[in-house]
Each structure stands twice: as structure tokens, then as C-alpha cells.
Ligand binder design. Structure first.
Ligand code: MRU
Length: 367
């Protein structure tokens, strides 16, 4: 996708052919800063500190982290160490483990001298595949937006509410939930997006940055505004991403997604979740009971991050000194609240039957 007319992916190989470049997403939307990752440890810090974030993107960066590790040393010990360090960086999004296992499995069976080039090939493949999966999600999701647009009076925009950032910054390109929105906009459908601020990390700012760069009309709202807007008929549909989707269609996504789904159900607003298949974890059935929910630092809750009128990035404390905070990064929306799942193979019900019909290969791999 484009920033100021230049096409970017959210991760790419630098000119030297081996270091890895990313946007420091902690600086966005205020400052577009590119960071270079030289070592596996750099990649681990980038994921943990959320310089990169979003389920598919952290999977791709982890795969490049394995390649950087192999360049540092191509031994079995280094391979194991890289896997162990990278897999612990963030616990909830399953794409991280999926990418690392894919890379580890192949590299373990590759002779040492070929490990560097193989590791980079795997990382490139994971990145390229993600772009293609997201493009297909966009094409399928576009049909949903088109059908809603047909029900609207002439000249009225389709109003879509989204939570967190499920755009190209969360993937390698296109995005998951935002891919259909970009395609609908490009197809000339009149759209307006309600962008949840998404405290405490304010990923809504990233979504607003992306939509603004693409020319999609949007409005940033407080996380608590969605229910009110739905009650007043101002939301035609919700579209969000997911960090892990279970075998029966429960969806784990950014904290606050569940509340939006409850409000959507109460107000008969369709609630769609977009996911590429690496986000599907068929080893998990009950999302509420089984998915590990990341808890991040209390400082992210007690402070708000922003930019001063002088242009300095700054943290501001909003809580009384010493207030105890908790910071759950994700929640689970049970399948019953989800209208449909938008995948690269089409749209299905959020149920085992729905997912199994589209992904029999993934379900077959289970014992
Ligand atoms: O904590 P983050 O910013 O990594 O969380 C990201 C999300 O929750 C996204 O909605 C999710 O990864 C799906 S978007 C591709």
C-alpha cells in the first residue's frame, strides 16, 4: 500500500540483501521511521516492543528473525535458540508459532551450509503468501460490502465499524479486515469507516493513518461509542481481524472486540471477521478457556502516548500515582456472535462445519 504515493510493504529485505527493514509502528502515525533489523535478537525486540504488530506481520518478521539467526550461526543450537526466543515474544497470535514451526521444521532437515539461503527463502515465501491471502480476503469481503451498498439509498455511504488495526500495517500488505474496504473504495463504492481508537495502544491511529493515506473517508471514535452508533442505525456492518480463530470459530482479537460483537448482536448489525488461514488454530476448540491472553505492562494503561503541539512524542500519565492497572491485550468473541468469517477461500459460518468445509486439509492434519 502507499504512503505519499510510494508503495511499501510492512517488512522487506534491505538493499544489502540480508538485513530486514520495518516501520517502527510505535512512532506512527506521527512519524514514518524505518528501522533496520540486523540480528535475530533485533527481530525479537521488534515483535515484543510492538515496533511491528498484527498477527500476520509478526509471523513474517519472526520468519526473517530465523533467517537472521542462521546468518549469525547455522548450528542446531542456534536454530533451537532462535525458535525459543522468538516464540516467547508474544503469546496470543498463532501466526507467530505457525511461521516459526514452518521455518524450524524445514531448517532442521536442511544441511548447515544451505540453512541461510533456505531460511530467507522461507521468510520470503511467508511474506509473499500473506500478500496473496490478504488480496483474496479482500476480493471475498468486497462482495459483502457490495451487497450492503445495494440496500442503501442512492448516494448514501456504507458505514463500517472496525476495531484495532487490521490493515496493511498488521499484515505484509493489504490487511485482513481492511482489504475488502480498500477494494470497495477502489471499486467506487461510497464508504465511511468508524475507527475505534483501541486503547490502550491506540491502534486506531494506525488505521486512521492507513485509511487517510488511501483516501477512504473515516472518523476516529472512542472505544465506547460503537454501541451508541449501532443503536442509532449508524453502522451497517462491523469488520475486524483476528489473532487466533479456534476449530469451532471462536475469535480472539484485540481487547474490546467482544463488546463490539455483543452490541452488534443486540442491534442486528452483521459482524464479520477476516482471517488468513495461518490464523486458524484447529488445535484449540474453546477460545475463552484455551487461548493465552497476553497481559502487557500497566504503564500502557496508566499513560497515553501522543504528540505535543511542539511536535515532540510524549507519554502522559492519566492515572493517580500508584494506581494498580491491568492491561489485557486481547479478548475472545464466541462464534455465536459472528455473522461470518472471511477467508482466502471464501466466506463461511463461524462454526466447525463452516471452517471444515473450506479447510478440510487443515482439519485432516489433526490426530
Ligand atoms: O496487539 P496487536 O496490535 O498486535 O493486535 C493486533 C490485532 O488485534 C489485529 O486485529 C489482529 O492481529 C488481526 S489483523 C491482521
Amino acid at each position: 500500500m502507499k504512503i505519499n504515493g510510494t508503495h511499501y510493504r510492512s517488512v522487506w529485505l534491505a538493499d544489502d540483501g540480508y538485513t530486514v527493514e520495518i516501520f517502527d509502528q510505535t512512532k506512527l502515525p506521527f512519524q514514518v521511521q524505518i528501522i533496520r533489523l540486523h540480528t535475530m535478537q533485533d527481530a525479537a525486540i521488534a515483535i515484543k516492543e510492538m515496533w511491528v504488530r498484527g498477527a500476520p506481520l509478526i509471523g513474517a518478521v519472526a520468519a526473517y528473525g530465523m533467517a537472521l539467526a542462521m546468518r549469525q550461526e547455522n548450528s542446531d543450537e542456534k536454530l533451537q535458540q532462535a525458535y525459543d526466543i522468538l516464540v516467547k515474544t508474544r503469546p496470543t497470535a498463532v501466526n507467530l508459532k505457525w511461521a516459526l514451526e514452518r521455518s524450524y521444521r524445514i531448517l532442521k532437515n536442511t544441511e548447515h551450509a544451505l540453512r541461510v539461503e533456505t531460511a530467507y527463502r522461507i521468510a520470503d515465501e511467508i511474506a509473499d503468501e500473506d500478500v496473496e491471502l490478504c488480496r483474496k480476503i479482500g476480493e471475498h469481503g468486497l462482495k459483502i460490502i457490495q451487497s450492503v451498498a445495494e440496500t442503501k439509498p442512492v448516494g448514501e455511504a456504507v458505514n463500517i465499524l472496525t476495531h484495532c488495526n487490521a490493515g496493511w500495517l498488521a499484515t505484509v500488505d493489504w490487511g485482513t479486515a481492511l482489504a475488502p474496504i480498500y477494494m470497495a473504495h477502489d471499486a467506487g463504492i461510497k464508504l465511511h469507516v468508524w475507527v475505534d481508537e483501541t486503547r490502550p495502544r491506540n491502534q486506531g491511529g494506525l488505521t486512521a493513518f492507513e485509511l487517510g493515506s488511501h483516501g477512504v473517508p473515516h472518523t476516529l471514535i472512542a472505544d465506547n461509542a460503537g454501541g451508541h452508533l449501532m443503536q442509532h442505525g449508524k453502522v451497517d456492518l462491523c469488520m475486524v481481524g483476528t489473532d487466533r480463530t479456534t476449530a469451532r470459530g471462536d475469535v480472539c482479537n484485540k481487547i474490546g472486540t467482544y463488546l463490539k460483537a455483543l452490541a452488534a448482536k443486540a442491534n442486528q448489525v452483521p459482524f464479520y471477521v477476516a482471517l488468513p488461514s495461518p490464523t486458524l488454530d484447529v488445535t484449540v476448540w474453546d477460545g475463552v478457556k484455551e487461548i493465552p491472553i497476553e497481559q502487557r505492562s500497566d504503564e500502557e494503561q496508566s499513560h497515553v502516548y501522543g504528540i505535543t503541539p511542539e511536535g515532540t512524542r510524549s507519554w502522559v500519565n492519566t492515572a493517580p500515582q500508584g494506581t494498580f492497572c491491568e492491561n489485557y491485550a486481547f479478548d475472545v468473541t464466541p462464534a455465536e456472535f459472528i455473522t461470518g468469517l472471511i477467508t482466502e477461500r471464501g466466506i463461511c459460518a463461524a462454526s466447525e462445519e463452516g471452517l471444515r468445509a473450506l479447510f478440510p486439509d487443515l482439519y485432516r492434519q489433526q490426530p
